[in-house]
Ligand binder design. Structure first.
Ligand SMILES: Cc1cc2nc3c(=O)[nH]c(=O)nc-3n(C[C@H](O)[C@H](O)[C@H](O)COP(=O)(O)OP(=O)(O)OC[C@H]3O[C@@H](n4cnc5c(N)ncnc54)[C@H](O)[C@@H]3O)c2cc1C
Length: 436
């Protein structure tokens, strides 16, 4: 079998600019560097805080990160994640266990996004990759190609990657219009706080969820679910309630990771929740109200010149129930880096167009997985006759199929087949859209 390291037509390194130093941008820089390309990153922010809350990193991403950053990186990342063996899926109102499955079937390692981000940034530094912070990209020239920074500097490369997140400016250039978010019809309240806020459980209501090390439990109800995640042996506690929105006004879209939530609203939602976990949630010191936005799949991830490509949330954002946003961004990084290596510096359009064709179907399946799970959870208890038992299988997460995949190996194996079709399209000058 051909491996990715054998597959390279070695030549001059390809110079790549990566816009954005989120998890996707960092993974992209690591993959590019690993495969012999020359990479420079530009990030709008001057520094990074411990933002967000829980995020899943699956084995499909971890195996790639280990290859690029070594066993130390792998060990640091897995140490961040929840160490529980199993998770329980419970009934909303009384916490009865409906199903139990290994945590690794779910999100892989669920840890704090900020801790993962910090570790990705350290790996970028250790790899000697140039990361320029405080550099906002405000314009592009897709033919040169080049970026222009807010301070007026224009910087050139062979390829530009827009890993600039859900509100991507690069996406506007690629699409030729502003892609406004739609309401998904769902919203989350999310909180992540030190376990010490949970002291004083005099009635020992929630001790089983906070005093016995890491654990993950999920309560499912009608049109709602709650994920509880106890991390670092109980030093940190996280919950996320996802609910279907019923009022037009609720669906007003503010696509933000920083909007404060109101505990009084949460208390109304948890009035009929298993009282043990409701008592823990009641102690929450601060929370976010996060409207889950949805974007239609994009017909193209690559600019008309074929020299600017999107990666991560800018082109394939995921629902929280997919638990794959960062992992799929990492896979995309691998595929793009290998495509560039296989195509060589003279054939960047072949690389970018093959990249999008290889990636699109898999990211769609992974996105849909999240929608399917949410719908199964939200509907499981509807119209159940008294005494009817739920089939545990019907409420389990079905992510395991995602983890065995090796994005680099798959790219090498399918390169000839897919790139041959792409070469024809480039010759004809007609690129088939990724979707209608
Ligand atoms: C604040 C925040 C909190 C999050 N919390 C969670 C969470 O709790 N759980 C979860 O599963 N997912 C969370 N996510 C999403 C998750 O991080 C992503 O799904 C995943 O990591 C892939 O992201 P990305 O790198 O494609 O985009 P992002 O992580 O959004 O990174 C994009 C980067 O690009 C930079 N950028 C944007 N525009 C420009 C520009 N014009 N010039 C230069 N730089 C630019 C941004 O500052 C940012 O650093 C969060 C994202 C953010 C931004």
């Amino acid at each position: 079998m051909t491996t990715t390291s054998e597959a390279a037509p070695s030549g001059e390194p390809i110079r790549v600019i990566v816009i954005g130093a989120g998890l996707g941008g960092c993974a992209c820089a690591l993959a590019l560097k690993h495969h012999g390309h020359s990479v420079t990153m530009y990030e709008r922010l001057r520094g990074f805080k411990r933002l967000g809350d829980s995020l899943g990193l699956g084995e499909n991403a971890l195996k790639l990160l280990e290859r690029w950053g070594g066993r130390d990186l792998y060990d640091s990342l897995t140490a961040i994640g929840n160490q529980a063996e199993n998770m329980q899926i419970r009934r909303w109102n009384d916490g009865k266990i409906l199903a139990q499955q290994p945590l690794m079937d779910m999100a892989g390692y669920i840890g704090h996004r900020g801790d993962y981000h910090d570790t990705f940034l350290r790996a970028v530094r250790d790899a000697g990759i140039e990361l320029n912070v405080g550099c906002e990209v405000i314009a592009f020239d897709e033919d040169k190609p080049s970026i222009t920074l807010a301070d007026g500097r224009e910087i050139f490369a062979d390829l530009i990657v827009g890993a600039d997140g859900i509100k991507s400016k690069t996406r506007e250039l690629v699409l030729g219009f502003t892609d406004a978010p739609k309401s998904s019809g769902y919203s989350c309240y999310r909180a992540y706080f030190p376990g010490e806020y949970l002291k004083g459980d005099d009635n020992r209501l929630y001790s089983e969820f906070v005093d016995h090390g890491d654990c993950v439990n999920i309560w499912i109800g009608e049109d709602t679910h709650l994920i509880q995640n106890t991390l670092r042996g109980g030093k940190e506690f996280n919950w996320i309630i996802t609910r279907k929105l019923s009022h037009e006004a609720d669906m007003e879209i503010k696509e933000s990771w920083f909007q404060d939530g109101n505990m009084d609203d949460v208390r109304k939602l948890i009035g009929n929740l298993d009282p043990r976990i409701a008592a823990a949630i009641d102690k929450t010191p601060y929370l976010l109200d996060w409207k889950i936005c949805y974007r239609d799949p994009l017909p193209s991830w690559v600019s008309k010149s074929h020299k600017i490509a999107l990666l991560g949330d800018s082109c394939h954002p995921h629902l929280p129930t997919s638990a794959q946003g960062a992992s799929q961004a990492t896979e995309s990084a691998a595929v793009l880096a290998v495509c560039l290596k296989l195509a060589g510096k003279e054939n960047i359009p072949l690389a970018t167009r093959t990249y999008e064709k290889l990636r699109f179907p898999r990211t769609r399946m992974s996105q849909r997985n999240g929608e399917d799970l949410r719908d199964r959870w939200h509907n499981a208890l509807k119209n159940l006759d008294e005494g009817t038992e739920i089939d545990p299988e019907s409420v389990m997460m079905r992510n395991r199929w995602l983890y065995a995949f090796d994005a680099e190996q798959d790219t090498v194996q399918r390169w000839n087949e897919v790139s041959t079709g792409v070469a024809e399209e480039l010759k004809d000058g007609h690129i088939t859209p990724l979707c209608d």
